[in-house]
Every structure is written in structure tokens, then in C-alpha cells.
Design a protein around this ligand. Structure first.
Ligand SMILES: [Zn+2]
Length: 167
């Protein structure tokens, strides 16, 4: 980055590297001693320098600004990156799971799970759920129903489970 200024004696336009700001030089045109201005020409070249921060600057101030810029950018880039990688996965898996499968329903009545006095309701429900797989369970509802019990010759109210699943 150069400081461009005019010689105060002969008005010759001079360009000097910004590292020379504030130092005294001899004008190559009129040979008068002149001071290189530190601020006069700086504001103008600073704007284009700020745009090209990524391409290494010459001065310490420019590289420091570039470092700050990097610190700000890194976390901003990381967060959306993680989200973008994590988000598309579940829908894709869900599509794969559901592909070629139909929605079905299975009703498991408690009264049908009692064999020779042994309550096998939990066992049968567990067996069925593991068979279809957790990913294929859409919803499970408890049901209440009345049935005629042959043993007691009475109408009994019992419970069961209605499972909506893909299979
Ligand atoms: Zn001069």
C-alpha cells in the first residue's frame, strides 16, 4: 500500500510505501526536504485494502484486521456446517424405512394372550414390537373392550393395544 501525496514545495505527485509514513525524505523533483504524511493519503487507500483483506496485507494493521476477521468467520462457518450435515439424514432414513411398506394395524387383545391361566400379554406385545422394529411403529393406542368370557359365562371388560405400523 502506497501513500500518494503532493510535494508541498513543487506539487510533484509522490508515491511512497506506507511503511515510510512520518519519515523525512528528499523530494526527487525539487530536492527539498519533505515529510511523508501519515494520515493524509491513508483514508482513501484503506477502503480498497479492507476489501482485499483475505489476500495478505503488507502492514501490521492490515494483517491484524485479517486475523480478527478470521476469528469471526470460523464459528459462523462451523455451526451451519454441522446443521446442514445433521439435518438431511433423518428424512432420508425415514424415506428408506417407509419405502415399499404399507400402513398396517395390529390389535392385540389381552384376553387372547391368556394361555392356561398365564398372562402373556406383555410378552406377546414385546415380541410383536421387536418383530416390526421401533422405526416402523407409527402409533400405539390402548383400547378397552367388552367380551364374553367362556369360563365365567359373563361379559368382561378387558384391555388391549392397537398398533399402527409400517410393514
Ligand atoms: Zn518537491
Amino acid at each position: 500500500m502506497d501513500i500518494v501525496f503532493n510535494c508541498p514545495h513543487c506539487e510533484q505527485e509522490l508515491a511512497v510505501d506506507s511503511s515510510g509514513a512520518g519519515s523525512e525524505i528528499q523530494c526527487p523533483s525539487c530536492s527539498e526536504k519533505i515529510m511523508i504524511p501519515a494520515d493524509a493519503a491513508l483514508p482513501a487507500p484503506e477502503a480498497p485494502a479492507g476489501v482485499s483483506h483475505q489476500s495478505a496485507g503488507h502492514s501490521i494493521a492490515t494483517s491484524a484486521a485479517a486475523k480478527v476477521e478470521m476469528h469471526l468467520k470460523v464459528p459462523v462457518r462451523d455451526k451451519p456446517g454441522e446443521v446442514l450435515i445433521a439435518k438431511p439424514k433423518p428424512p432420508l432414513e425415514a424415506v428408506a424405512r417407509g419405502a415399499g411398506k404399507k400402513i398396517r394395524v395390529r390389535t392385540i387383545r389381552h384376553s387372547n394372550c391368556v394361555e392356561a391361566g398365564h398372562d402373556k400379554f406383555d410378552e406377546k406385545v414385546t415380541e410383536f414390537l421387536n418383530e416390526i422394529g421401533e422405526a416402523n411403529i407409527v402409533v400405539a393406542h390402548t383400547i378397552s373392550y367388552t367380551h364374553f368370557d367362556v369360563g365365567t359365562q359373563k361379559l368382561l371388560t378387558d384391555y388391549g393395544l392397537m398398533i399402527l405400523y409400517r410393514g
